[in-house]
Design a protein around this ligand. Structure first.
Ligand code: CIZ
Ligand code: SF4
Length: 330
């Protein structure tokens, strides 16, 4: 079957089976084009939770499909590939607990720690954060959530992205550290877990220098998962949706170099748009999902097999919901 025929089959099947398809901004074009709704991880989960169809095909990475289950446990969510975000995989509940224990050994009582987890984490980690009274945040609202969390007078344990944590701390004029970096966590307001996104690590200050030397008027837009020194030298730092809005309002003749995932950049704007790296910044797990996988998933729903369905226990869901809901309440 060629791609065009497969696309047509997918559209027919999804109608007949009452299936909605959502795709993250970082998905391949062939998958992105099929989706009923596209967005960042939070937008997708919120849209899907309200969607009337009983079945959802989520084209993204595992924690994103889990977020739909946290918000709408009755919905049957299938992922064409259960691909795990490399950053989300850097932390599990055991590592989370170990970090809390390490801080206790440094003289910070557990009661004095309020955890905040970036949405790029498993449902189990979100639940552990929820149990301690903590919050989920996204890159778009991290500053607001951390501001609120700091009102508790506690120290923030920010997981899993050390870059996002350090970038927000810098923006807020607060001291931060990374667990195990040798500094005294008692002196930091935001203590970051040592996780990172391998894709956003690709962008370097040398890339910024290269583009600025080549095109003196170029603007640099980066995601806060990039290294602090990269964000510091950028003209704009924002989440995927914020980068899209920023680039769209620029005059077409304005050159811009962007530091985020490749699929999103190349769809964003054809002219005067550059990838802020000499290496193609593709997210390997996001790129695992293909048109064939989506078709295969629909066939499995048709046959009643529901392959790659997402499941989380009610206990995990309940606590993860607490942490997510504290974010929504703000
Ligand atoms: O880098 C990611 O995985 C992002 C930007 C996720 C999201 O929140 O949409
Ligand atoms: Fe995870 Fe990075 Fe891929 Fe986003 S781009 S899904 S943070 S590995």
């Amino acid at each position: 079957m060629n791609n065009q025929t497969m696309k047509e089959e997918i559209l027919k099947l999804k109608e007949a089976l009452h299936v909605s398809i959502v795709a993250h901004f970082y998905q391949k074009d062939e998958v992105f084009e099929l989706a009923d709704y596209v967005g960042d991880s939070l937008q997708l989960a919120q849209w899907a939770a309200k969607d009337a169809n009983p079945y959802l095909i989520f084209c993204g990475v595992g924690f994103m499909g889990q977020s739909v289950k946290i918000l709408a446990p009755e919905k049957r969510v299938m992922m064409p590939k259960i691909a795990c975000c490399a950053m989300a995989r850097m932390i599990d509940v055991e590592y989370f607990d170990q970090n809390v224990a390490l801080l206790e050994q440094s003289g910070i009582a557990k009661e004095a720690i309020l955890p905040v987890t970036y949405i790029n984490s498993s449902a189990e980690v979100k639940a552990a954060v929820g149990k301690m009274g903590g919050y989920v945040c996204t890159s778009a609202n991290a500053k607001k959530i951390i501001t609120k969390a700091l009102e508790s007078g506690k120290k923030i344990l920010f997981v899993p992205d050390r870059c996002l944590g350090q970038n927000i701390a810098k923006e807020m004029g607060l001291k931060s550290c990374v667990v195990g970096d040798g500094s005294d966590p008692k002196e930091a307001a935001i203590i970051c877990y040592n996780g990172f996104c391998s894709v956003h690590q690709l962008f370097d200050v040398e890339d910024i220098a290269f583009y600025r030397a080549k095109y003196p008027d170029i603007l640099i837009a980066t995601h806060p998962e990039c290294k602090p020194e990269v964000c510091e030298q950028s003209d704009f730092v924002g989440s995927t949706s914020q980068i899209i809005a920023y680039v769209k309002q620029l005059p077409l003749e304005q050159k811009v170099a962007i530091g985020t995932e490749y699929n999103m950049i190349q769809r964003l704007r054809k002219e005067n748009t550059y990838v802020l790296s000499s290496t193609k910044p593709e997210c390997p797990t996001m790129n695992e999902t293909t048109l064939q996988d989506v078709y295969h998933t629909l066939l499995s729903i048709q046959k009643g097999r529901f392959e790659n369905e997402m499941h989380i226990s009610e206990e995990t869901r309940k606590w993860a919901y607490e942490a997510l809901n504290r974010m929504f309440e703000l």
